[in-house]
Write a protein that binds this ligand. Sequence first.
Ligand code: PMV
Length: 334
Amino acid sequence: MQTYIITAPSNIAFLKYWGKQSRALQWPSGNSLSMTLSKSMTTTEVKFSSDGFDKIYFDDEKSPTQDEKILSQIKRIRQHLESDKFLTIKTRNTFPSSCGIASSASGLCAVTIGAFCCFLGCGSFDELESKGVTKDVLSNFSRLGSGSACRSMFGGYVSWYKGDSAKDQKVVRECDGSEFKLADLIFVLSSEKKLVGSTEAHDRAWSSPLFGPRLAIIEERHKQMLKAIHDKNFSQLGHLLELDALEMHAVIMTSKPPINYWDKNTANFVRWIREKRGEGTFEAYATIDAGPNVHVICKPEDGAKIIEEAKQRFSFETVISDELGDGPSITTKN
Ligand code: PMV
């Protein structure tokens, strides 16, 4: 029986998607912009199930897991394609999941591609496209599984535009980034699973007094970031992305009831990055997703020095030295 093997990347948002205009339509409150990564990946193997139900296995676990996001996504795609078949899915990440390294982005992107491949019997993006399933269609379905997954469908720098209505939203690969490659050093300070999942946390954004002011400036900030990428102006982009992450966490911390994804090391780490930048030791900027771990955005040539200095100052579980990547891939085996 044919098995479809999908490798899909995580992405790190420079302009954060936080809060939804509509949860049912999976429509964000504002634009977002991310860099697709090349090392933080999910690999998912998909084949038809011989039993009459879907089965999901994480890592090398022997018994299947009830992952609601993945199960709903398979169901959604099966209904769309009017199939009566069921899938067996084996999935693993190269990084710890559910602690702010966007595992749902790479995971749901991979499952979406894999389910379409298996139901339609397609072993490449070209074959999918010949059946009308373009990357835009795949990105759209990924978004329904997990918002940030829609940006993982493309390599380089990717925008998700909110649009004037849910059906007008679109995901655009702004550029492949080959002339402006950046690194993302992911310092895993803690790989404990977060207590409040992002779905619930997004809903609470509206209760923060800081959310309205954030929404008012998001489009302008997006334009400024795109200009910085276009001009290859790292300092400009870096200041904006750090500001945006701190602003998102200010919204999260002031929502009702409040959520705090940071631990004490997160705050110390951000302060250290800012101090080192101020002293001129290295130029790097911090960003943080929905978890305690710090992503340090820098030029690839500065990565080793930053990691060395960080080791002398902090204890952390691991550091993933990631960088700009090309997007997902499909292979098959019998
Ligand atoms: O895709 P979700 O629902 O897990 O939301 C994640 C949002 C952030 O990672 C915090 C920001 C982003 O734009 O990726």
